[in-house]
Design a protein around this ligand. Structure first.
Ligand code: FAD
Length: 478
């Protein structure tokens, strides 16, 4: 790690955020020396996948959506176009475990009116949405509060609460609408309501088509509004971080933990590595922190102390991924869909179960099925304390009740993320602003990662590349 003439940029954290930031800095400034420091022995953070007994098991995310361009474009930039694996058509179908059985999630207004998920009163309340006045867009609100206000309490409890748990392992009653679902917030702020907003978006898309503009979907690219879940033929979702790390090559240093950032000589920054590494420090012209917020808080204690409190105040939820493989013949359910989520109070402990072998058939050997169940989250932190055997027993019991599976799995793979997903609770944007403001007072320092401006892979890639561009733009010429 010696200075080689060009400016040096150190990225701390080698998850999708850090790797994307490093990739972008290098693209913008090929003359810069980019160094990624990752504490674990393999890069990728939560976006990694394991090959187990012929199954491909995603440890965290199972893919990205193509309704926005970010992760898709990064895949193209990395030359992975031919490796992209869109989820099968069956994935359009999603279920909720409701009153003891799986009920399809309605996709249109007509299906919603016929669905057993809402009572007649609940449906009538929901139908009022287009006629309700918009709230003050400046007032922050929880996701549950917003959904209750616009669509009724029942809709919020049955349809929205499990979605929040599925996306962030969080609690809809504490999560900030503006931070977690900014696009939903904008529909009301800009168009006066959800239905009005969606109709306006449809008009925009129709007008674009009339002008002869080809939506990217036609070119095999991003489609909207929900987009298509997409993974990779080889290596699952983890292929994205693996390809980034391969492209960055020797710039990525694993098994290197950073202890703190200090001000260095001549306006540079000094990255202090944890013992017992030699050398212990690294001078840099810019440092991008792409660790979880609590880790960034520690690193910044000395150089940007005002960032510490807001970063420490970002809570995290633990989550466990229990992947079970079965011979197809031993599973009575057809598994014709994406999987199911469980609304609170429906008697199961898992948050949901994804039918991976239906979504991405190459990820399970011929004649088998692969189910990935998620459990824990802010509502059930105790799940992270269970032994692996206990966790598997809970999941098997829930799969017996929901899918009628009594057979023993032939493949078991359990991954636990103790502080797995940041929670965008009320006040989140304010905290992020405060932290970013404190970081901005230190020339050369920048912050990115899933704790700030979006949790999904797309959000992480977008933010990291934009931070990478900014940092590269501020570097002095060599
Ligand atoms: P991380 O992946 O957490 O990376 C941060 C890295 O920093 C880690 O590798 C860590 O070891 C390193 N680090 C920390 N401290 C130090 C230090 N002091 N020195 C050096 N290195 C350090 N998103 C989707 O879009 N689709 C999904 O289907 C989806 N499913 C998910 C399922 C689960 C179970 C989880 C946990 C997340 C899921 N997500 C999903 C969210 C998405 O995967 C994450 O938000 C994203 O991968 C986070 O990337 P990151 O780089 O910001 O953070």
């Amino acid at each position: 790690m010696t200075l080689e003439g060009g400016p040096r940029v150190v990225v701390v954290g080698g998850g999708i955020s850090g790797l994307s930031a490093a990739f972008e800095v290098r693209r913008q400034r090929p003359d810069a020396e980019v160094v990624v420091l990752e504490r674990e022995e393999r890069p990728g953070g939560t976006a990694t996948s394991d090959a187990v007994d012929g199954f491909l098991v995603d440890r965290g995310p199972n893919g990205f959506l193509t309704n926005v361009p970010d992760a898709y474009q990064l895949s193209l930039d990395l030359g992975l176009e031919n490796e992209l694996l869109p989820a099968s058509e069956a994935a359009q179908k999603r279920f909720l475990f409701f009153r003891g059985r799986l009920v399809p999630v309605p996709t249109g207004a007509g299906a919603l009116l016929r669905s057993p998920l809402l009572s007649p009163v609940g449906k009538a309340r929901m139908a009022l949405e287009p006629f309700l006045p918009a709230a003050d867009p400046g007032r922050e609100e929880t996701v549950h509060g917003f959904a209750s206000r616009r669509l009724g309490r029942e809709f919020a409890d049955v349809m929205v609460a499990p979605m929040v748990a599925g996306v962030s392992a969080g609690d809809a009653r504490r999560s900030s609408l503006q931070a977690l679902f900014p696009r939903m917030h904008r529909l009301e702020a800009e168009h006066g309501g959800l239905v009005r907003g969606m109709l306006a978006q449809q008009r925009v898309r129709r007008a674009a088509r009339a002008r002869g503009e080809t939506p990217l979907r036609a070119a095999g690219g991003p489609s909207g509004p929900g987009g298509r879940l997409t993974s990779f033929r080889r290596g699952g979702a983890g292929r994205l971080t693996q390809a980034l790390a391969e492209t960055l090559g020797a710039a990525v240093h694993t098994g290197v933990s950073v202890e703190r950032i200090e001000r260095g000589a001549e306006g540079r920054l000094r990255v202090v590595l944890a013992e017992p590494l030699t050398p212990r420090t690294l001078e840099a012209d810019a440092v991008i922190l792409a660790t979880p917020a609590y880790a960034a808080a520690e690193l910044l204690r000395e150089v940007a102390p005002a960032a510490t409190a807001p970063l420490e105040a970002i809570p995290y939820a633990g989550i466990r991924v229990v992947a079970l493989g079965y011979p197809r013949a031993s599973v009575p359910a057809t598994l014709d869909g994406f999987g199911f989520l469980v609304p609170p109070g429906q008697g199961l402990r898992i948050l949901g179960s994804l039918w991976t072998s239906t979504l991405f058939p190459p990820q399970a050997p011929e004649g088998t099925v692969l189910l990935r169940s998620l459990a824990g989250g802010v509502q059930d932190p105790g799940f992270l304390d269970l032994s692996e055997e206990e966790a598997v027993a809970v999941v098997r019991d829930d799969l017996r009740v929901s899918l009628g599976i009594t057979a023993r799995p032939t493949m078991v793979h359990v991954v636990g993320w103790r502080r797995g997903i940041p929670q965008y609770v009320l006040g989140h944007r304010q905290r992020v602003e405060e932290a970013a403001g404190a970081v901005a007072t230190v020339p050369g320092l920048a912050l990115t990662g899933n704790a700030y401006r979006g949790i999904g892979l797309n959000d992480c890639v977008r933010d990291a590349r934009s931070v990478g561009r900014e940092v590269a733009g501020r570097l002095e010429s060599a």
